[in-house]
Design a protein around this ligand. Sequence first.
Ligand code: IMP
Length: 185
Amino acid sequence: MVAPPAWNRSSEPFAELFSATAIATRVAELGAQITADYANREGDIVVIGVLKGSIFFLADLVRHIAAPIILDFIGISSYGDATVSSGVVRITQDLSRPIEGKHVIVVEDIVDTGHTVHYLLENLATRRPASIALCSLLHKPERSERETKIDYLGFTIPNKFVVGYGLDISQQYRNLPFIGYVQGA
Ligand code: IMP
């Protein structure tokens, strides 16, 4: 496997929280767990990526799920370009197909206050899927404002604003291969 580029680690103002290797190991574990849990389910499995933050996680995760899956995406607005939750959530891009009767796995980058996934899961439930599970790479429990059941969780993190591996600050740094936080934040 080709190593990801070293991204100005000494000059960028980020403290590394999870290395690319640590992320890859955990994502493989989550994929194996999902594979085992869905091994005996009848019917289609639809993995829904929440745009844009989940795309790297989703792409890596599904390659560790040893089962036929259908991929779809949903766009949700949460923060705009700020780093504080507005609490206002809306769908900016809808799924391409109905999910009625299908086993849905929603893949998120991070559960922060919980408003986004709460809204999303309620919305998807009205479409009558056979089941819905939530898979989130990160969870910031200190910021929780809604009780959220995360079925598959990568890492619990402290109350820091993190970037990399899909997560952004003002749309930047999604392509960092590791997850870090802005030092001093
Ligand atoms: P929630 O509705 O407060 O749970 O926010 C969830 C969304 O906010 C995530 O899908 C992210 O897009 C964004 N978000 C929350 N915390 C962070 C962070 O630390 N870094 C980058 N994006 C974040």
